[in-house]
Design a protein around this ligand. Structure first.
Ligand SMILES: [Mg+2]
Length: 167
């Protein structure tokens, strides 16, 4: 079950200890989009998120979006944040990671997302460090609701506890 266990677990992107990531030589932070940086119900990036991303860029991190949503939704968000994005990624399938990861040094990457089945498993099976967050909102599309059924099962087997944050 190691592949379903996040390396770090925080409430949201604002709680992440970025100083620690810097110390651990992380350069590239891959963010999931939906329910990680904004809810499914909007495509407007909040000022708080914009400010955080600007600060992280200034601190030398390279920020990248990797979403299973299509470019129609993600392009506006990536333009607002002025960063690169991979869309329709089919996380956790390996194919796209393989293509994407060629361009980076794996050891310098950490992945950040709100789902165990797509974000955590997708990262771990590709040997990436991963941070799990709580979802921002409980409104989710059908595919995600199905994933959550498996997620609850994995959490039960794994004895992972929601709300017990760790780093
Ligand atoms: Mg998500």
């Amino acid at each position: 079950m190691k592949k379903f266990t996040p390396d770090l677990y925080y409430k949201n992107i604002f709680e992440i200890n970025y100083k620690k990531l810097k110390k651990d030589k992380i350069k590239y932070i891959f963010f999931d989009v939906d329910n990680t940086i904004l809810p499914y119900t909007t495509s407007n990036v909040s000022k708080e998120v914009k400010d955080l991303f600007n600060k992280l860029k200034k601190d030398g991190f390279v920020l990248i979006l990797m979403s299973n949503s299509g470019s129609k939704r993600i392009n506006k968000i990536k333009d607002d944040l002025k960063i690169d994005a991979y869309t329709s990624s089919f996380k956790p399938l390996k194919k796209n990671y393989k293509k994407i990861l060629k361009k980076y040094n794996k050891h310098e990457i950490i992945f950040v997302g709100d789902q165990i089945i797509t974000d955590v498993f997708g990262a771990k099976r590709n040997d990436l460090k991963v941070i799990l967050l709580d979802r921002l909102d409980n409104k989710e599309p059908l595919t995600t609701r199905i994933n959550r059924i498996f997620e609850r099962l994995v959490i039960k087997i794994n004895k992972f506890e929601r709300g017990k944050y760790y780093e």
